[in-house]
Design a protein around this ligand. Structure first.
Ligand SMILES: NC(=O)c1ccc[n+]([C@@H]2O[C@H](COP(=O)([O-])OP(=O)(O)OC[C@H]3O[C@@H](n4cnc5c(N)ncnc54)[C@H](O)[C@@H]3O)[C@@H](O)[C@H]2O)c1
Length: 367
């Protein structure tokens, strides 16, 4: 198969859909790979790195789309890319169709085969192509929180690890899922005292089994959250109700209960946030302050660490890319239920029912 890796053109996106390691595997399997010039630079991979493993570098994005049977990228296509996508072309990337009707309509018109990373789903309901980005965001939440706790950043002026004779800082983690566990692990590693809360006892039992003693678990109720926010320095929001808006576990009135300079990192901002006062921010302007509480609410946290994020993402996408290239999309999806769930728009038809529901359409569902 001919596989194309275009440069991401969405604002501030430095990740790339494939690393040289991925190109190496495809070439070894007798596929042809075109990479757009400088596509990997933002993630630390240069044209010569791709050439060394057998890719051909093309100058323009138009050439990459025109010559490729399958496009492997990171972000959903933006309007400028709509017209480049051809009938029968496989596009394997994050799409988030339900949040964009124009994108959905454009992909229907293109008659391409759109396989969305975010809906590839394992038998146990986990989303293997979303997990690595939650891992990155969870770990990063502590790094950002520690930074904004510093006085010049308007935080409380607390060092999370403390020093001999001074108690460590206290970190409250809401949600013991992927984000929450990675955040708790990082905070514990810095020496902070960590409280992690969830409504799922299985998750809390697991955390209790694997974490050191300075990570304590608590069942998530409004009463217990109100108690903890009064004496924790950093609060990390990592809750998720699948397919729904995140619950407001911290309401506006609770900010007054916190000490001035408390920092909230609401990782769940992409699902509306679990703090009432959350509103999405960007890496250029990541924080705002309400009632002396610093809010960090960046919706694409992994974008700040493209080297790590690109490798983490491509580690999990590569097996599917190989399957698609080796077998074609029909056979690959027939033989792999997880990948089949990634099919969203196929040759002019929406085949993922949540998209139809999101727009109140009455179109027929294909599978
Ligand atoms: N901002 C970013 O850049 C970024 C990056 C990656 C992920 N995210 C988001 O982070 C959120 C968490 O993702 P995840 O992969 O950890 O999800 P996950 O499903 O692994 O974990 C969510 C956890 O929240 C728990 N939960 C639900 N209701 C709760 C409540 N009332 N109190 C406490 N816990 C509760 C669930 O039981 C679950 O354990 C998602 O919204 C995800 O989209 C954001």
């Amino acid at each position: 198969m001919i596989v194309g890796v275009p440069k991401e053109i969405k604002n501030n996106e430095s990740r790339v859909g494939m690393t040289p390691a991925g190109v190496y595997e495809l070439v070894k399997n007798n596929h042809k790979v075109y990479v757009q010039s400088t596509a990997g630079e933002g993630s630390g991979f240069f044209d010569k790195d791709y050439e060394q493993v057998g890719a051909e570098i093309l100058e323009s994005i138009e050439e990459v789309y025109a010559k490729s049977e399958m496009i492997v990228k990171v972000k959903e296509p933006i309007a400028k890319e709509y017209g480049l996508i051809k009938e029968g072309q496989i596009v394997f990337t994050y799409f988030h169709f339900a949040s964009s009707e124009p994108l959905t309509k454009a992909m229907i018109e293109s008659k391409s085969i759109c396989i969305a990373y975010e809906t590839v789903e394992d038998e146990d309901g986990t989303l293997p192509l979303l997990t690595p980005m939650s891992e990155v965001a969870g770990r990063m939440a502590v790094q950002q929180g520690a930074k904004y706790l510093e006085k010049p950043a308007k935080g409380r002026g607390v060092l999370l690890g403390g020093v001999p004779g001074v108690a460590p800082g206290k970190v409250l983690v809401l949600g013991a899922g992927v984000v929450g566990i990675q955040a708790a692990k990082m905070a514990a590693g810095l020496g902070a005292h960590v409280t992690i809360m969830d409504v799922n006892m299985k998750r809390l039992r697991y955390v209790n089994d694997v974490m050191p003693n300075h990570v304590v678990t608590d069942f998530s109720t409004e009463f217990s959250i109100r108690k903890h926010i009064k004496n924790h320095d950093l609060i990390i929001g990592g809750v998720l109700l699948k397919g729904k808006k995140a619950p407001n576990l911290i309401t506006r009135d609770m900010l007054k209960e916190m000490r001035p300079g408390t920092v909230i990192v609401d990782v769940a901002v992409d699902q509306g946030g679990c703090v009432e006062t959350t509103k999405a921010t960007t890496h250029e302007d990541p924080v705002f302050i309400i009632d002396d509480v610093v809010h960090y609410c960046v919706a694409n946290m992994p974008g700040a660490v493209p080297y790590t994020s690109t490798i983490a993402l491509t580690n999990v996408t590569l097996p599917y890319v190989l399957k698609l290239a080796n077998n074609g999309w029909q056979a690959a999806c027939r033989s792999d239920r997880s990948l089949e769930k990634g099919l969203n728009v196929v040759e002019g038809k929406v085949v993922y029912k949540e998209i139809i529901e999101a727009f109140d359409w009455n179109e027929p569902v294909l599978i």
